[in-house]
Structures are given as C-alpha cells and as structure tokens.
Ligand binder design. Structure first.
Ligand code: COA
Length: 586
C-alpha cells in the first residue's frame, strides 16, 4: 500500500468503464483524482497547469500525450497488451490471432507511442468473448492490478522502470497497426464458425465487421455459436428475439445486432431483425427458445431461468445491459413464471457484462416518436420493478456480476438483498442523461435503503461508486468473491443456504409486514405517479435536455469539454488574466 496520497490527473478519451474502475479503486487508496478529457494539446496543458498533478494516468487514450506535458510530469499509459505489444488495436489482434494469454502494461509516456519504460505489467488467460466484454472484465481487472503495482513501485526509491528491449533492427517492441475493414471480412462459404466468431468478436463493440445480409450492407455485432441449426453457408436460417441465425460451413452463428451502412448517413446499432425488416426476412422462421428449457449444445438466448436447490435463477443477457419495453415485458413474464415454481429464493443475475443499464436509449432514438417510446419503455421498466417489489412470498436477491447504471441500479434495489462482485461499478443516478429525473420507484427504494440524506447525495453527485463504497452508501448488502467467477459460485452457495435456512418463513413474514406498512404510509402508485410527472416533463416538456443528451450518447458525439463534476481542477482553480493560475484551497 502506498504511503503517500497523490494528486492524479486522468487524461482520457472518455470516462469509460476502465477509467471509472480505476477512478474508484485509486480513490479507495486515498488518492485524489481529477479527470480531463483528451480534447486537444492546449486543453491538456491547461489541465496540467491548473491541477499540478503528481502523476498523469491515461487509462483510455487515442492520441499521444503532448511532449510539453510528459517532459515535466510523470505520465503513465495503460496499454491493453503485454510488454512489447504496441499499437492502437492490441485486443483486436489478440482475439484475431487466438492468443491464449494476454496482458495490460503500464508504460511511461515517451516520444514514440507505447515505447516508454515499463512500470508494471499483468497477464490474464484469454476467454472466448467479445473485445468489449474482455475489456470490461479481464482487461479492467488486470489494469487495476498493474496500476496498483506501479504505484507501489513509485513509492520504492530503489525501483527503476525497465526499458523495452531493443531488437537487432533497432526497433523497440512490436508495433501493430489498426486492422483495416477489408481484413476483418467474413467469408461465409469458406470460414469456419470458430474463425467467424473470432472475427466478429475482435471488432465488437467497435467498429464491427462489414458484411452484407439479404442484400443490405451492415456491420455485425454480438455473435454467439449455434450447434443445432444448419443451412446453406451464409443463409439466414432463423430469427429469435430480434437476433438472426446465419449458417456457416460447419454450424451456424447468432448475430444479435447490426448497424446499417449507408454512405453519408450514420445509423444506430440495433437488433438485427429491426435493421433487416420484415420484408427481407419473409420466410425466415422464428425459432423461440423457452427460458426454462435445458440446453443441448450451443445456442443464444437472452433470458434464462433455472431452479436448483430451492433457488430460482433469472439471468438476462441483454446486449450492453439496455432494456427495451419489449425486453422488460418478456422479463416480467419469466419472473411471473418463476414465482409459480416452488423456489423459495429468487436470484436476479442480470447479464455477465452488465447487470442492467436501464431503458434502451438506442431503440428509443430509432423510434419516430422518441418521447412516446421513452414513456413506453419506462412504464415497462416500472411494471417489472413493481412486480419485484411486490413479490412478498419469496426472498429476492439481486446478484450483480457486472456493472449497473441509472435505472438498472434501482431495478436491483427492488430486491431484498443486493450483492455484488468486487470489481462492480455502479452509476446510481440519472442526471448525466440530460438531467433525467428517473423512475423505477427510486424515490421509494433509495431512501428506504440509504436514508434521505444519502439518497440526495447519491442522486446528485453523478459519480461512479465502487462496490465497497456502495456498501457504505447503503446501496449494497454484500460484496464477496475474489473475482466475478468466484462471486457467481458463492452466490449459489449463499442462495441455497438462505433457501434452507430455518428463519426463512419468519423473514418472509417480516417482509410482508414491512411492505404493508410502507404501502399504508405511502402507496407505491403515488411514488410512481410523482416520478412519472417529472418524467413527463423530461420527455414531453419544453426543455429538450434529455433528448439532446440521448442523441449525443447513442451517436457517441465527442464532448467538447470535461464536465465540472469530473474536472476537479477546473472547480478548484481559475485561470486569470494571461494564464495566471490561482488554486483555490477552499
Ligand atoms: N441504452 C442503450 N445502450 C446503452 C445503454 C442504454 N441505457 N447504456 C449503455 N449502452 C451502450 C452504449 O451505447 C455502448 O454501446 P457500444 O456497444 O456502441 O459501445 C455500450 O452500451 C457501452 O456503454 P459505455 O457508455 O461505453 O459503457 P461504460 O461502461 O463506459 O459506461 C454507463 C456505463 C452506464 C455509465 C453508460 O453506459 C451510461 O451512462 N449509460 C446510460 C444509462 C442511462 O442513462 N440509462 C437511461 C436512464 S434509465
């Protein structure tokens, strides 16, 4: 553990999952963190002059740090590759080339990209997953370990960072460029399922693999293997819950999302069936799969229910954790079916990457009337949340293997107990989406758990919370496991224990009594009505902030400045006259 608390500036392209994870982890160690988005060199120089950081860390950068900064301030680049790996497409290449092991390296910024001295590096075994899934899980965990190690070494006066070894031709490390669109193509008649999956996963969530389906040029996202369905290689042979299944030469793959490619127009990433349209898919059979069905081989399904040891588990693998109205309704149906089983404890497992990120902003954006679509989506979220709150004859656990944001966090709070894996990051607020008021019964659920003052703070501060901080804030009940896999195993053990605990009937009686009391004090319907009164203004009112913020979010419009709630240095200091900087210490 580092003895000295430092002032650390994160220079980052955006406040993405990795930056958020490092933010909560390093603050937990006692460091002060301020954030500046990498907008241009002058703005970066200004941020460094204002903040005078002890250290700059670049968790997610698309350009080099200006020399004027790294010459005078220690700067670390978090590179998602092992020692010696260089270039902007590190993970893409690792997946393409089926690496069995990969790493994260903390390098000192230098004149040439990714050639600085190495402060720390951590390896991890590769998993068959998409680039973004690996990034959110294995890369983030390894990056936290590597940055913490580098910080420890920084406190050790005898430590010297190691230079990259120089090859015979004088080069340092192995530079690999971006992968060109043409190199990412799939040949459906020739490529095996394994190659196709790797290719799509290496380009997922950005930029996607360019292809053509039923005559429509598209980019492909989120692919899963299918071992039972067969057809002519390349043919679309089935649909399921918005995804399409395409035959390969040796099996088939499900593709859940597409982005239409049209010169001069920027289309959204949406469910494949929606992008292709009913006419193109005419004659392609919908092949449903019951959430309770036992699987025989590989396939894809969004909602899965299973009962084991008196416990009912419900997982919902919604892409990016976004939940459309239709997905909420399907989930509600599965929940109602689970309630009719004999399971005494019900565990909401969410997805493996995200537990939930609330209403589906892309699908809302794609609708002709986005205000109506927002309303419909939030009503469906609310119906689901209410059904969970009103489940008074079972103990309900929300087990967060992945992060949750906005309405997704409050959906989890509808459970009796909320557990999380140690690396989970929560964003329990709506304000970043154009000052959205939010619903999902948050005005009942949050004060009920955290108290009124804490609830106001949580909603107002707009910052991510790590799992241990979320426990302190009253949002979570337990954080355990050495990692996500260990957490998932322990969830089952704990849930089975709860289901067979002698005090379960008493707990349920208490739960019913509390719900009755709460309802008598203020009916759930009133909380909802009030929240929805605010939401009506957000969706249909004069102030378009939510619609603008949603548009910017789904189209990934780059930010032109760092929001003040992140840029501590811009709140603490002012630049006066010709570049004179005053640091306010109040
Ligand atoms: N609806 C649709 N897509 C969503 C989404 C949502 N609610 N939340 C996240 N996504 C998508 C992003 O567009 C992105 O898509 P990509 O596949 O093109 O990359 C992907 O999920 C990952 O999101 P990103 O913002 O890059 O992830 P992150 O881990 O860095 O940040 C959040 C996580 C939760 C902070 C951030 O995604 C967010 O603010 N989401 C919106 C939450 C919200 O306001 N919901 C509506 C109110 S209930």
């Amino acid at each position: 553990m580092l003895a000295v608390a430092m002032r650390i500036l994160f220079l980052t392209h955006s406040f993405n999952s990795l930056s958020q994870r490092l933010f909560v982890e390093l603050r937990r160690l006692g460091h002060e963190i301020s954030i500046e988005f990498d907008i241009n060199d002058r703005v970066t120089e200004e941020a460094v002059a204002l903040y005078r950081p002890d250290l700059v860390i670049a968790p997610f950068l698309k350009r080099a740090i200006p020399e004027s900064v790294w010459r005078h301030t220690l700067c670390w680049i978090v590179h998602p590759g092992p020692v010696g790996d260089r270039g902007p497409a590190a993970l893409d290449w690792a997946i393409e080339e089926a690496a069995t092991e990969w790493g994260v390296t903390v390098l000192q910024a230098d004149a040439e990209m990714d050639t600085g001295d190495v402060w720390a590096s951590e390896m991890f075994p590769m998993r068959a997953g998409s680039k973004s899934s690996l990034y959110r899980r294995e890369v983030s965990d390894a990056a936290v370990r590597a940055v913490k190690l580098a910080l420890e070494r920084l406190g050790d006066p005898s430590f010297r960072p190691a230079p990259l070894p120089v090859a015979a031709d004088g080069s340092r490390g192995r530079w690999r460029p971006s992968i060109r669109a043409a190199e990412r193509r799939v040949d459906w008649s020739d490529d095996s399922t394994a190659v196709i999956l790797r290719r799509i996963r290496a380009a997922d969530g950005f930029p996607g693999v360019r292809d053509e389906i039923l005559g429509l040029p598209v980019s492909l996202f989120n692919a899963w293997p299918e071992s039972r369905l067969r057809g002519e290689p390349g043919a679309v042979i089935a649909t399921r819950d918005g995804a399409v299944c395409r035959a390969t030469r040796d099996a088939a793959v499900w593709i859940t999302h597409l982005r239409r490619i049209e010169p001069g127009r920027e289309h959204l990433k949406l469910p494949a069936v929606q992008v292709l349209g009913a006419d193109r898919l005419n004659g392609v059979p919908e092949v449903p799969l019951d959430p309770f069905a036992t699987l025989d081989g590989d396939t894809w399904r969004e909602i899965e229910c299973r009962i084991e040891g008196g416990v009912g588990y419900l997982s919902f693998e919604f892409h990016n954790g976004a939940m459309s109205a239709e997905q909420c309704r399907r989930l509600l149906t599965a929940w109602e079916r689970l309630r009719r089983t004999s399971a005494r404890v019900l565990v909401l497992l969410g997805g493996s990457d995200f537990w939930s990120n609330g209403i589906h902003l892309h699908r809302i954006e794609a609708e002709e009337n986005s205000a109506d679509a927002s309303w419909d989506n939030i009503e469906a979220m609310n119906d689901l949340t209410r059904a969970i709150i009103e489940t008074d004859d079972r103990l309900v656990i929300a087990a967060l293997r992945g992060n949750a944001g906005a309405g997704g966090v409050f959906l989890a709070l509808a459970a009796d107990e909320v557990w999380a894996a140690p690396g989970v990051v929560l964003n329990p607020h709506y304000k970043n989406m154009g000052n959205l008021y939010g619903s999902e019964y948050w005005s009942y659920l949050l004060p009920r758990r955290a108290g009124n003052d804490a609830a106001r703070n949580i909603m107002g501060n707009r910052l991510p919370l790590g799992a241990p901080e979320a426990i302190r804030a009253g949002l979570l009940d337990a954080v355990f496991g050495s990692d996500t896999a260990d957490f998932a195993e322990q969830v089952c053990l704990r849930a089975v224990d709860l289901a067979s605990a002698p005090d379960l009937p008493e707990r349920l009686v208490n739960k019913q009594a509390r719900r009755k009391q709460d309802e008598a004090r203020r009916p759930l319907a009133e909380y909802r009505e009030e929240e929805m009164r605010h939401m009506r203004l957000n969706f249909f009112g004069f102030d378009p902030s939510y619609h603008v913020a949603r548009y910017n979010f789904v189209h990934r419009v780059p930010q032109s400045r760092t929001p003040l709630h992140l840029a501590l240095h811009r709140r603490l200091s002012t630049v006066s006259g010709k570049g004179t900087i005053t640091r306010n210490t109040t």
